[in-house]
Ligand binder design. Structure first.
Ligand code: NAD
Length: 263
């Protein structure tokens, strides 16, 4: 199936590893021009080399800390100088620190706000003028199943993912008549560095090994396994496609059936 993404220009944020990297791969496989960013120059060089050698498409990379307005603005202007207008924006980010409410400082809340919510609004502000001018655009936010069912010990994620979901729904209505869609993909347990770190963190307080914690996580999933980053990426890429033109304001969970609620 031709998804209509060949030659489209896409920014995928926080994309040197994990779910973001798999999404960058997914767009490159469809022939899109992909811009990736994260804080580590070496990881970006490795990721860009990997994508270019697998798919042969145009890749632009830039060091960008999503907590910094200055970094976001300069990354965006470098991408525009390199590729021209941005047609698709995928807002991914590193996960905020885990912890119970009583353990977290005001600085933790401030960092999570900047990383999870403010980075999304900053990127959207930058890409919207061109999308409105073109009367076409796709904005996709990677959130979490936490928006449907708060996750134990992740109060920062539970709070700010909900805020991103509220933002996306509001924007989807404001932008619908401009042919710009805004949707979220909500991953469940997905085997990446982030999940490994969460398992190590839980292991510290549970007396179990992180391997046992990962096995327990998989057992919680009706499919009896963890997801792969490629399974999240497939949905993000589809939401950007021409076939997804009438889908906006939604959250699609990709969780092997973990969430028990109907909606
Ligand atoms: P990951 O830790 O494997 O990758 C995160 C990426 O973000 C890396 O490329 C890292 O370099 C980059 N990054 C981190 N902080 C950054 C910053 N300040 N500025 C720029 N780049 C930064 O994580 P992942 O598992 O791929 O998760 C991606 C997102 O999906 C996270 O927000 C995570 O909370 C969410 N999520 C993951 C799971 C899961 O099970 N893996 C489940 C639900 C939600």
């Amino acid at each position: 199936m031709d998804l209509g993404l060949k030659g489209k220009t896409v920014i995928v944020t926080a994309s040197s590893t994990g779910i973001g990297k798999a999404i960058a791969d997914g767009f490159a496989a469809e022939g899109a021009n992909v811009a990736i960013c994260s804080r580590s120059k070496q990881k970006l060089i490795d990721a860009a080399y990997d994508i270019k050698s697998k798919f042969g498409t145009e890749i632009f990379w830039g060091v960008c800390d999503l907590n910094s307005k200055k970094d976001i603005e300069s990354f965006y202007s470098e991408v525009v100088s390199n590729f021209g207008k941005i047609e698709i924006l995928v807002n991914n980010c590193g996960g905020p620190v885990p912890g119970y409410f009583s353990e977290l400082s005001e600085e933790d809340w401030d960092n999570a706000y900047k990383q999870v919510l403010l980075s999304v609004t900053r990127f959207i502000h930058l890409v919207l003028p061109d999308m409105i001018n073109n009367q076409w655009g796709r904005i996709i936010n990677i959130t979490s199943v936490a928006v449907k069912q708060p996750v134990h010990n992740l109060v920062l994620s539970n709070s700010f993912r909900a805020a991103v979901t509220g933002l996306a729904k509001t924007l989807s209505t404001e932008l619908a008549n401009k042919n710009i869609t805004v949707n979220n993909v909500a991953p469940g347990y997905t085997l990446t560095h982030r999940l490994y770190e969460l398992a190590v963190n839980r292991a510290k307080t549970s007396g179990k090994s992180h391997e046992e914690i990962l096995t327990e996580m998989a057992k919680d999933v009706p499919m009896n396994r963890l997801g792969s980053p490629e399974e999240i990426a497939a949905v993000a890429v589809f939401l950007a496609s021409k076939q997804a033109s009438y889908i906006t304001g939604t959250t699609i969970q990709v969780d092997g059936g973990s969430i028990k609620s109907i909606f």
